[in-house]
Structure formats: C-alpha cells, structure tokens
Design a protein around this ligand. Sequence first.
Ligand SMILES: [Ca+2]
Ligand SMILES: [Ca+2]
Length: 141
Amino acid sequence: MSSLNASDIHRIFKKLDRNNADSVSVDDLQLLLESMKLCSSVDELECFAGKKNINFAELEHMCNSIFPQEAGDGENDLLKSFELFDNNLDCFISCDELRNALSVLGLVDEHNGIDVDKMIKAFDVNSDGLLDFDEFKKMMR
Ligand SMILES: [Ca+2]
Ligand SMILES: [Ca+2]
C-alpha cells in the first residue's frame, strides 16, 4: 500500500471520471490533490498535464511522478505518506483521517466494508486510538 499500483490508479481514475468519458478534467484532479494536500493550483496542473483533460495513461504517468515508485529511502516515502494521512498535522493518524485518506484514494467506500476502526486497532500498539508514525509503518508493511 505504500505506493500506488496500476489498479489503484485505475480506481482513482474511475472515481474521478464521473461521466465515463475516459478522461478526467484538471479541475477534478485538482480537487483530489488538494484534499491530499499534494498539488495546489489548477493552472499548475494544467501546465503539468499540458491540457484540460487527461486520460488514464496520463493520470498514471502523473501519479508515478507524484508518488515515486523507486525503492531506496523507504522511510522517507513512508513519512511523506504519513503526512498525507495526517490532516491536522498533530503527528497522529485518527480513524477519521485514515478513513478520509482511503476514501480520497478510492480504496474504501460505504460498500466495500473496510473497517477503519479495526484497522487502527490492529496496529495501535499503545491503544491510544491513534496511529503514530511507528504504528503507521507497521500498517504499510
Ligand atoms: Ca492527525
Ligand atoms: Ca497509537
């Protein structure tokens, strides 16, 4: 789960492509990235994508540049993911933050029944109901 694979990206693409046009608009993408605190302006994205709408292959390419796949400094990558999940920057991930991050990625919704509370409990070593970075690392492994 520490990096996105093609099927994750495909799920994200489908989620963004609400009218099944096989392309997503830069505006939609911007909303997604903004909710993940990744990329800011539509202009910036448009510049990056080179146009208003992008197709799946282009999204995949973008995701791969946003979420680098190369191995190496795994700890650093994990820390970046941790910061994405940790919305209020208190260095802990709460149930709500985890649920929010997973649903932004299209990995969880009301239907597929991933129990975020259970997920947290499974890795919450000190039972404070929150995941700190060490606990988060265990979850991502
Ligand atoms: Ca937090
Ligand atoms: Ca904890």
